[in-house]
Design a protein around this ligand. Sequence first.
Ligand SMILES: [Zn+2]
Length: 559
Amino acid sequence: MKKISLVFSISLGLIQYTHGQELSGKENKSLKRIQNHVNYLASDRLEGRGTGAPGEKLSAQYIADQFKSNSIKPKGENATYFQEFEIITLRMAKDSTSLLINGLPVFLFKDFYPLSFSANRKFTEAKMINVGYGISAPELNYDDYAGKEIKGKIVQIDIATPDSQVAHSRFINYISLESRVKKAESLGATGVLFVNKGNPNDNPSGEMAKNIKPATIPVFFVVNSNLLFDPPNGLNVSMKSVILTLSAKGHNVVAYKNNKAKYTVIIGAHHDHLGHGEIKGSREPESNAIHNGADDNASGTSALIELSKQLKKRKYKKFNYLFIAFSGEEMGLIGSKYFVENPTIDLNTVSYMINMDMIGRLKETLMIYGTGTSPYWNEAMTDLRRDSSAIHKIKTMESGIGASDHTSFYLAGIPALHFFTGQHDEYHKPSDDIALLNTKGEVKVVAKITQLIAKTPFESKLEYTKTKEEENRTTFKVTLGIMPDYVYDAEGLRIDGVKEGKPASKAGLIKGDIILNLAGQKIQNIQDYMKVLTKLEIGQKADVIFIRDGTSRSAAIQF
Ligand SMILES: [Zn+2]
């Protein structure tokens, strides 16, 4: 994060890696420009470019200015370079959130807390009625609501199931708390109080999900169920749910070079990073130090700006070019997803996408991921390998799904490649600094990209293919073969993509399904999911419970 004498440290980097990377006169000019971009983008002044923070705005403005000086037209919103999107940064109960039982207040966070689905601002005062598990399952001849008048009342619901089972419950279609809230709401209840009479470890999470559509009524969890004793004439309950929601704006920067060609190539790199480590993903969040993100991803961003200059040359005019600096990548590819859902050009005219993320630390191998996304890439890779003057080895991976923005385009049916110079110890730490970059190597990576673009066919779009997935080298023995939705933070784990031929896809799971239980273990979030995976063995069978279109289902997974 802190810069030591810049000139000195950069030259150290060069001594280490100059071998095979002599630059031509033109390339030296390119090197200077890239260094200038990186020096600004990864400086402490930009404070780690956290999405929605002032440093990210400065970064976006800088990129827009560079596009402008390279005479590339704006293609964001309202004739500007910017495409803004909202991110919810916080949802939490305010102190004015209250629960009164027969007129007596109980303590927020000690005796009760609101759940994620709780309405943002709602007051209700009513008689409470105990509705058991809050389940009506006509096909099982079971109805907790039978003969009860619910309209205008607050319901008390036990989070357990009538058969005390979870994974093998006959009631799997009804166990999610969200579906029980929906049921109560549909019957006219004005509030829900959940209780847990079983193991306290099963208490629902008190962390309020950020990306969720809340219910219209207050939904609280009452920690001590004895507070809701059941007197003959019922309890009078008053619930006030006041949820503070903070949001911020992320900024994609979008520019377009219209060469009146038939097809467009999208070139992208994310410009956001982890701020002071307050954004999830930092490996040293306690340090509160600026995460400069020189490699991740001032390197890719500077290459993006450089390409917007180089691709103006006549020989590249067979395509139009859309340059996008994404934000929100570190929070879960939010900016690229937003762009794909709200494109500023017709995506049907896009031939392919190239993503650059962490291309500043070239040693001898360049990684190119996504080579299975079009049959053409095989030929292209052979061509790139032929010239080994600067980059000695190219390692490819077929998968179109990975931890960067090309994934959003692959999932939208666009062939996409991801350029990457490899993992390192400083990844997602404040020490990912300029001094450690090999900017000469980056110039060579940029040259490979222009070489690739110059040779791709332009008369027709590249053919798109779904990729077979290579095994991820992780600590897990098994893989479910899904891409988790990192942005989703309500109950469960939402699937953002399913890999063909893997256990999840074989069991019929699809994008959008929300996993609530795997192998008998409750899945509240991605961490729970990881924990369960570490315990599973190849060959093992396990049940999965998930929600699709608001109803729960189950399937058997064969690992
Ligand atoms: Zn990155």
